[in-house]
Ligand binder design. Sequence first.
Ligand code: GDP
Ligand code: MG
Ligand code: ZN
Length: 386
Amino acid sequence: MPLPGMCLLAFFAFHRPVCTGSLHAPATFTHWTHLHAPDKDTPLTNLTRDALGWKPFYMSQLEIEELETLMPARIATVHRARVVAFSEIGTLELTLDPGKSAGEIAVGDWVLAAPVEHRLVRVLDRQTTLTRGTEYHSGEKQLIAANIDTLFITTSCNADFNVARLERYLALAHDALITPVILLTKADQTDDPDSYVTKARALGRDLEVVAINAKSPEVITHLAPWCGKGQTVALAGSSGVGKTTIANALTGGNAATQTIREDDARGRHTTTGRSLHHLPTGGWLIDTPGMRGLGVAEVGFGIDATFPEISELADQCRFRDCEHDSEPGCAIQAAIKSGAIDPERLKRFQKLTRENRQASETIAQARDRSRKLGKTIKGALAKKRR
Ligand SMILES: Nc1nc2c(ncn2[C@@H]2O[C@H](COP(=O)(O)OP(=O)(O)O)[C@@H](O)[C@H]2O)c(=O)[nH]1
Ligand SMILES: [Mg+2]
Ligand SMILES: [Zn+2]
């Protein structure tokens, strides 16, 4: 079933009593109004919180009082001063309190909303957080999306295939605690897709690798294990590798190519260009424009997880700060000599580690500067008041 733009929201604009789980909606919930009236052509479907991706992890964060008075909802789009969220009682438009910035809220977030006022009360802790290091000098990392279960790291069976770039994406996914799956598109355009699969599999233990023709109907079947009820996925990869083609196949229409403005009934400008799309298989796809060129910063954990054969053995090096070059007693160099570790993997690990360290230091310095600046401003204001 195609779910383009307007229809997507209309799809959620149903109204039904809240009766699942342990959340019992108080009478005030009947006062919720919805953005859109149900479209007569769109089947009304009851989406439970489970179907929206709710998990015990989020439930465990709720106070009893919040359980009784607030409505959990999942962020579908983020605008400058408001958000659109999906909930058990339909699509909600929520305002942000003064002082709360749209930049702190990501598509995929679970939030608690106040009835009647249509206010976003608080953002629940995220199970996974996908960020992007861009403006290191400002000390900021940009929030891309929240609560993604699986990141489809997409490349093609051609010159786009680059192990260093794949490892970079793997490090970001691992650091965000998101399960990575490598998608090799254009398998129909090479005589030897298996050689690409073998090279990709070598980039991790138990790493899932899928070779597909993104233009064939098999896409849905191949990706079904990660796109079931309540599961959230996103696509990352260079331009031209087939992300839009896959998104269209998964959504069963052309939802992913819709501009987000069409999702916005009032035609107001959005700030992020990201959105949450329901899949016919029961899962959710988050558009992640801006997941192409990727810098690494503060992802030491993710890098270690991407190169487990190196990070695990590093404990056995004589020096704790061993760079694994020519230091005496280096367990990694010994493993390279015995053939247990691929020297090319070590080179890429070192390069990524260096880049991560430099960017992390830049971020730390920028944060330090802005903290000092904050103190200076506070001091000046205090002096003025005296
Ligand atoms: N033959 C073939 N063409 C593909 C495949 N995946 C993508 N394409 C084509 O590659 C081009 C770029 O695809 P697109 O989905 O726009 O890539 P995106 O930039 O990652 O969103 C389009 O012309 C697609 O039809 C594939 O698996 N096989
Ligand atoms: Mg595209
Ligand atoms: Zn070493």
